[in-house]
Design a protein around this ligand. Structure first.
Ligand code: PMP
Length: 383
């Protein structure tokens, strides 16, 4: 079977989630916009889901829009805020380490005449707060900064960022919180963001489903036109089975978060200590303090990333070079490049991402496989 340790790319759908979805497919297939009994039955699941999500995120149900995933959420909010607020200004701010579903939208907006500032990060992957302060202007209309980075796991100082953004008169603040769900508490009243994106398949829900939180009163132009679903903010028949799946998954992830975090921290510790004890040369990319622990990005100076991934795959260990969207290609990680510049680390690092279902034995197998690969390289070096 092998060991899958690429849970930042995606997670398996939990059995409780499958059961909840199957119930909708089999027993509640109505269109929630239909006014007959079957439609109203489906509508009940949609409304209940929105209420349950709103409770977890500590927001109003009307502030939640269900989407086809975080890529759509990010596109909707960034383009939507930019287009609707351009009379106030055309300046936008983001960071160099965002997911491509954010970065490519900003690049697109630059071609449309918007000006974008891409903030630097330090070697931990933390955004430069002074640079943010200096970049904010009267005509800044949006700041988008991710909560947890998907390649290195670094958690941004969201409260400091929020209070800095607050000083700009016209700037909305969006965060891509995809990698935070199930790992950090997502109480939006505390986070004080105007918009937040989530994706179900990162926390035991189905792929192709996500949500966008948009604070009431935010000026935004919605792109998906058609029917009146999602109170005219996202046309298209709602995918009730998937939405119920997302809700079940987020409810479970929220309940089990503390227990899972303890287990995942132990797995990470075991991995790092195990590598050290076996004298395998490595360094951690990112922060040891401000991190969610489930993403462990490691630099192995003795081997390039493609060779390492291939050899690990042969050993039955499935990890990645960083973002799944660039995996399979030789494009160096834009996240590691932003953190370390033109350093060998960029081409000699892998991402191991952890999950509550991994065991001590699994971690041991990963350590043993890495040791085997290292010893083989050492042998060849001296041959
Ligand atoms: N943002 C981040 C930080 C991600 O890790 C991902 C998934 N790789 C996305 C956005 C895109 O999410 P989705 O797969 O739901 O489109």
């Amino acid at each position: 079977m092998g060991i899958y340790a690429d849970y930042a790319a995606t997670t398996p759908v939990k059995s409780e989630v499958i059961d909840a979805m199957m119930d909708i497919y089999q027993n509640h297939f109505g269109n929630p916009s239909s006014i007959h009994t079957q439609g109203r039955d489906a509508r009940r699941f949609l409304d209940d889901s929105r209420r349950a999500i709103a409770k977890i995120l500590n927001v109003r149900p009307a502030e939640i829009i269900f989407t086809s995933g975080a890529t759509e959420s990010n596109n909707t909010v960034i383009k939507g805020i930019a287009y609707a607020n351009q009379t106030k200004g055309k300046h936008l701010i983001t960071t160099k380490i965002e997911h491509h579903s954010v970065l490519h939208v900003f690049e697109h907006l630059e071609q449309q005449g918007f000006e974008v500032t891409y903030l630097d990060v330090d070697t931990s992957g933390i955004v430069d707060l002074e640079q943010l302060r200096g970049a904010l202007r009267e005509d800044t209309i949006l700041v988008s900064i991710m909560l947890v980075n998907n390649e290195v796991g670094t958690v941004q100082p969201i409260y400091d960022i929020q209070s800095i953004v607050d000083s700009a008169p016209h700037a909305y603040f969006h965060t891509d919180a995809v990698q935070a769900a199930g790992h950090l508490e997502l109480n939006i009243e505390d986070l004080q963001v105007d918009a937040l994106s989530l994706s179900a398949h990162k926390f035991g829900g189905p792929k192709g489903t996500g949500l966008l939180y948009i604070k009431q009163g935010t000026t935004i132009a919605y792109q998906q036109l058609g029917g009146e679903q999602e109170t005219k903010r996202r046309a298209g028949t709602e995918n009730i089975p998937q939405i119920v799946g997302l809700t079940t998954a987020l409810t479970l992830a929220d309940k089990q978060r503390d227990a899972h975090n303890i287990h995942i921290a132990q797995l990470k510790e075991q991995l790092l200590v195990g590598l050290q004890n076996r004298a395998i040369p490595f360094e951690v990319n990112g922060s040891m303090m401000d991190t969610t622990n489930h993403i462990v990005n490691l630099y192995f100076p003795f081997i390039d990333v493609e060779t390492l991934l291939t050899l690990l795959d042969l050993e039955g260990i499935y990890v990645s070079s960083g973002s799944a969207c660039t995996a399979g290609s030789t494009i160096p990680s834009h996240v590691l490049s932003a953190m370390y510049g033109e350093d060998e680390r960029v081409t000699h690092s892998i991402r191991i991402s952890l999950h509550e279902t991994l065991t001590e034995q699994d971690m041991n197998q990963i350590i043993v496989a890495l040791q085997k690969i290292y010893l083989k390289f050492k042998e060849e070096e001296h041959a």
